[in-house]
Design a protein around this ligand. Structure first.
Ligand code: GLP
Length: 256
């Protein structure tokens, strides 16, 4: 994994946008994440779309996950969130996500998994990380080889996300999420994390054992992962100085 430590959340946005821009220019398939962590990157991509004409019309996108039972037009339904924060602002039309209102959720999960595969897979997958180490909504204990399926949220995740719903009671208990195996099939994974609240999860994911207890640690097995963190989220990394040195002295033939 390449770990890049930058000073602020805004700086994570610029760096992640640099990575994503190359895939956009190539008309790649984008794997999009919701949550606050990628939002500086989405803002920067919107700015580049407006100011430099960065063109998303050749791209398609897949979402990581969705709440079960939220109406499709609910403001916290992830397909609405991604429209607001990115897709509608850059003219990205082909955005698909798992349908959390499907009558047969197991069939929907299988169909979604197949639609990602049929599209040729994801070229670049953006992911945040939960404070409990989850990726997408793969909570601790998730099979490291899992595929899209229904999961039950932990109390901790529901509390973390209650700020978007106004109350804990309003946060759904169930979700459809790409599995860790689905995420791992993306050709390049970019994990972005900001703030001290993510420092422990980031350290577990990058430097801890590969374990279902920290689902994001599965990324250690992936051949092309870029971890972009601000100073606060890097606060528990034992090899932070080494990552800084390696990034500063990166051979110029080596891209992200
Ligand atoms: C949700 C999403 C995850 C995201 C996590 C962290 O649980 N399903 O994909 O990584 O939130 O969100 P935030 O970036 O807002 O801390």
């Amino acid at each position: 994994m390449e770990v890049v430590i930058v000073p602020t959340p805004e700086a994570t946005g610029r760096l992640v946008a640099d990575v994503v821009e190359g895939y956009v220019r190539a008309g790649g398939t984008l794997g999009l994440a919701t949550g606050s962590s990628p939002e500086p990157a989405y803002d920067e991509l919107v700015r580049r779309h407006r100011e430099t004409g960065l063109d998303f019309s050749g791209c398609r996108a897949f979402l990581l996950d969705e709440y079960v039972g939220l109406p499709g037009d609910h403001p916290q339904a992830y397909r609405q969130v991604i429209r607001r924060v990115l897709a509608d602002r850059v003219g990205l039309v082909d955005v698909r996500g798992p349908d959390g209102t499907a009558a047969d959720l197991a069939a929907e999960a299988t169909a979604y998994e197949e639609s990602v595969r049929a599209a040729g897979g994801v070229d670049i997958q953006l992911v945040g990380i939960g404070s409990d180490g989850h990726l997408g909504f793969n909570e601790p204990g998730s099979s490291l080889g899992s595929r899209t399926r229904v999961k039950t949220l932990t109390e901790r995740t529901r509390r973390d996300n209650a700020r978007f719903f106004g109350s804990l009671e309003a946060v759904p208990h169930h979700v459809l999420t790409q599995g860790l195996g689905t995420i791992g099939a993306a050709r390049h994974v970019v994990l972005v994390a900001t703030g001290a609240g993510k420092a422990e999860a980031v350290a577990d994911a990058v430097e801890g054992p590969v374990s279902a207890f920290c689902p994001a640690s599965v990324l250690q097995l992936h051949p092309h992962v870029t971890v972009v963190v601000d100073e606060a989220a890097a606060g528990r990394l034992r090899l932070a100085d080494y990552y800084r040195f390696a990034h500063e002295h990166k051979p110029d033939w080596q891209g992200y």
